[in-house]
Design a protein around this ligand. Structure first.
Ligand code: SAM
Length: 266
């Protein structure tokens, strides 16, 4: 049987509204960059451009290319930043495993995106080829036991009679690498000075509705695309919210982040 296909699109408006945790995580990653201010940087998986904006503010004489697979995301990022940073920012809709760049960037910044790419060998080869000699990679994504509790609940619910027809054969759309595996894949792609480390980053939302909105937009949009009716989609996220209401604190998302740093040899 052919595995079910999903669009890989995002609801960019909802992402922009609900992405405060991702923005906070990204701000911390950004605060650790040592920028001169005139570099050309790739924001790999730029989403709606919230962090692209901060990157541009930290590069007063530099340029940023924001790249994302989702046309909805690229459109929103372009519309919100193009006028403010005319001439210093460009947006590209492309896949991180088929990058159209060769030795273009002084640095690559990326947050909350790499775990959506299943083939990290191809990902790191593409990033390596896009960097100039001496260029840096500074990224954070989901890793290790990211969302393990929630994912187990999703798998169990997907096997129940109401959902199995659509979801039983669906493979998870993420790859959550461990730190050791990520570092050795970076080295295999040619990087040096490779550092990789995991950190817990769980947080709780305040209401069942917020939890459901969050699941629909961030975690389960690909699963939900496979359910043919709104009633089924609603029931799926409602049941997960009801189970998560019993957690302490309620509606906790058990996130883990993988931090990555590496450099291309001169
Ligand atoms: C959770 S969002 C993160 C956006 C932004 N970096 C942030 O931190 O708010 C993940 C982004 O990765 C993008 N993405 C997923 N797979 C991709 C791929 N293969 N190539 C390019 N972008 C991809 C998605 O379209 C989405 O915009």
């Amino acid at each position: 049987m052919t595995p079910p296909q999903t669009s890989r699109e995002w609801n960019a408006g909802e992402y922009h509204r609900l992405s405060a945790p991702q923005f906070q995580w990204g701000q911390r990653v950004l605060s650790e960059l040592h920028l001169r201010g005139d570099e050309c940087v790739l924001d790999a998986g730029c989403g709606t451009g919230k962090l692209t904006r901060l990157l541009l503010q930290n590069l007063p004489y530099g340029r940023v290319v924001g790249l994302d697979l989702s046309r909805n995301m690229v459109r929103l990022a372009h519309d919100s930043l193009k006028a403010e940073f005319a001439g210093r920012v460009q947006f590209v809709a492309a896949d991180l495993v088929a990058l159209p760049f060769r030795e273009c960037f002084d640095g690559i910044f990326s947050t909350a995106s790499f775990h959506w790419v299943l083939d990290h060998d191809a990902l790191f080869r593409n990033l390596f080829a896009s960097l100039k000699g001496g260029g840096w990679l500074h990224a954070q994504c989901g890793g290790g036991p990211n969302l393990a509790r929630l994912r187990e609940r999703v798998r169990s619910l997907s096997r129940t009679l109401a959902f199995a027809h659509w979801l039983a054969g669906f493979s998870e759309p993420w790859f959550f690498s461990d730190a050791q595996g990520a570092a050795s894949r970076l080295r295999a792609a040619g990087f040096e000075g490779c550092e990789a480390g995991l950190e817990p980053a769980s947080f709780a939302v305040s209401t069942s509705q917020e939890f459901q909105d969050y699941l629909r937009t961030f975690v389960l949009h690909r699963h939900l695309e496979l359910l043919p009716e709104e009633e089924l989609r609603n029931s799926f996220v409602c049941q997960l919210a009801d189970t998560s209401a019993q957690d302490d604190p309620p509606w906790t998302l058990d996130y883990w982040r993988l931090n990555l740093r590496a450099r291309k040899p001169e």
